[in-house]
Design a protein around this ligand. Structure first.
Ligand code: ZN
Length: 351
């Protein structure tokens, strides 16, 4: 009896200590989470998640308001904070789709790992952390739809919604952090942009006799061809040429590019991509931009992405074709389009 009393006494003290620790941890999470500048409803959702205040099946079961504690999606796991914030199959599928579009959103197994992981992304990859928080909230909202209306949002529409909700500002400079050197190893094929976006791949080619060509190709989120260009000139610096390919885009700007949700310009010269990101960053801070690049401000959003050469094959084909003569193709019916271009387009389209 005495032992039991002692035990329960310790237990109360331990519980009190735990409550205090949890509360301060909650506040600490709150400090960095504020820096993610989440939308108010997403911020509120995460505040509730951190404070065990989400009416999940597990939450309702513990309060005897429900006789079922598992995920209503059939995940065969208790639907608690850890499940909602990391382990639910639906959330994981949506994250996989986002990663297929080129984002590098992490996976987490429980809520503390998730909070620790997100905290590490603050400042460095805030967009990705924001995207994670947004996705989790959207997946929860869809789960509530399932409970109330018996129907859920599709994983593709959830992923598309997560991208447009988390990339609200005009120029997302933090995005640049997501395209780090690792991407060279991670991605070895061309990735389509998010729905509503356009991706323009650019590349340059140089012969020993200084005959040079640069070119590019724009495609939509389905990998469909939109426009391709190539220009021939005399030059000696391949990096400069790659920059010229980007500058050349102002000659082929079309209304549908300006109307698109955003444009991702992708090249395989890391230094040039770095320079261009810096240009956009400088613009955001000082509102100063080189006249030659001012046309980029016409786009709703513009991101620069570095890619492996293997992911940039079609632009490489354009640059090589430009060594013969300059061209602009607005659709695939142009008779001069060679089979090599069509073959490569088809290869990347099929991925
Ligand atoms: Zn689940």
């Amino acid at each position: 009896m005495e032992l039991k009393f002692k035990y329960s006494g310790r237990s109360i003290a331990a519980l009190a200590f735990q409550a205090v620790t949890e509360q301060s941890e909650g506040t600490a999470h709150w400090m960095w989470m504020k820096e993610l500048k989440l939308r108010p409803n997403i911020e509120l959702f995460w505040w509730r998640l951190c404070n065990d205040a989400i009416p999940s099946n597990d939450f309702l079961f513990r309060r005897r308001l429900n006789n079922f504690s598992r995920c209503p999606r059939g995940c065969k796991e208790e639907e608690n904070g850890c499940h909602i914030a990391g382990k639910c199959d639906k959330l994981r599928t949506v994250i996989s789709i986002l990663n297929g579009w080129g984002f590098q959103v992490p996976f987490f197994d429980n809520i503390s790992e998730c909070l620790e992981g997100l905290k590490k992304l603050v400042g460095k990859k805030s967009l990705i952390a924001n995207m994670y928080c947004t996705t989790t909230r959207l997946v929860w909202k869809s789960r509530c739809k399932l409970i109330h209306d018996g129907i859920e949002d599709s994983v593709n529409s959830l992923a598309a919604n997560a991208v447009s909700t988390s990339t609200v500002c005009n120029f997302i400079n933090s995005y640049s952090d997501n395209w780090d050197v690792n991407q060279r190893k991670l991605f070895c094929s061309w990735h389509p942009p998010p729905p509503g976006w356009i991706k323009i791949n650019v590349d340059a080619s140089l012969l020993r006799n200084n005959v040079a060509g640069f070119g590019g190709v724009a495609r939509d989120d389905k990998g469909r061809f939109l426009i391709a260009f190539g220009a021939k000139l005399m030059h000696w610096d391949i990096a400069q040429m790659e920059l010229m390919a980007v500058l050349y885009l102002k000659n082929i700007i079309r209304d549908w590019m300006i109307e698109a949700q955003g444009v991702i310009i992708e090249g395989d010269n890391f230094n040039i991509i770095k320079i261009l990101r810096l240009v956009m960053k400088t613009w955001k801070v000082s509102k100063i931009i080189d006249d030659n690049l001012a046309f980029l401000l016409d786009f709703n959003q513009v991101l620069f992405s570095f890619s492996n050469r293997d992911c940039n094959k079609l632009a490489d084909v354009c640059a090589n074709l430009a060594l013969k003569k300059s061209f602009i193709w607005e659709d695939l019916s142009f008779e001069e389009i060679p089979p090599s271009f069509l073959f490569c387009l088809k290869e990347e389209y099929d991925l």
